[in-house]
Design a protein around this ligand. Structure first.
Ligand SMILES: Cc1cc2nc3c(=O)[nH]c(=O)nc-3n(C[C@H](O)[C@H](O)[C@H](O)COP(=O)(O)OP(=O)(O)OC[C@H]3O[C@@H](n4cnc5c(N)ncnc54)[C@H](O)[C@@H]3O)c2cc1C
Length: 112
């Protein structure tokens, strides 16, 4: 098979693209996954993951405000937005590390 011939070519490495690529690889197909931006698409970079990290920070703030209800003495002093964004970015960064996405461990990606 010529180097640039594939059984399956997928445009976009978002949730839909990488799920299709993984399934294709599991079925024994040679798969090309083409991405024009960042691997992982909307969910990883702008959608599900960063928003859930922001929600987690909000939950921690809420819980701190209500800490007395849980028998914990804590004082809520405010939100450090720079640190909230740093936390969010660290989660995204962790998930887009060298093993991204972890579901590809058995079928590693080879940069083209
Ligand atoms: C704020 C927000 C929060 C969300 N939260 C959730 C959630 O909690 N749970 C949930 O299930 N869903 C959530 N979603 C929805 C989820 O992000 C999308 O359903 C999912 O990303 C769709 O995946 P996709 O592969 O269809 O598209 P995308 O993830 O958008 O991926 C498309 C990819 O294709 C690439 N691309 C486009 N055109 C080309 C081209 N011509 N050549 C090469 N590459 C190309 C793009 O760069 C992109 O990386 C959220 C979305 C947003 C915006």
């Amino acid at each position: 098979m010529a180097e640039n011939n594939f059984d399956l070519v997928i445009l976009g490495s978002g949730s839909g693209g990488y799920a299709a690529a993984l399934r294709g690889a599991q079925l024994g197909l040679s798969v090309a996954l083409i991405e024009r931006d960042k691997l992982g698409g909307t969910c990883l970079h702008r959608g599900c993951i960063p928003t859930k990290a922001l929600l987690h920070s909000a939950e921690v703030a809420d819980t701190t405000k209500e800490s007395a209800n849980y028998g914990v003495q804590a004082t809520f002093q405010g939100i450090d937005m720079a640190q909230v964004n740093k936390y969010r970015d660290s989660i995204v960064e962790k998930l887009q590390g060298p093993d991204w996405p972890c579901v590809f461990k058995e079928h590693p990606l080879r940069p083209g």
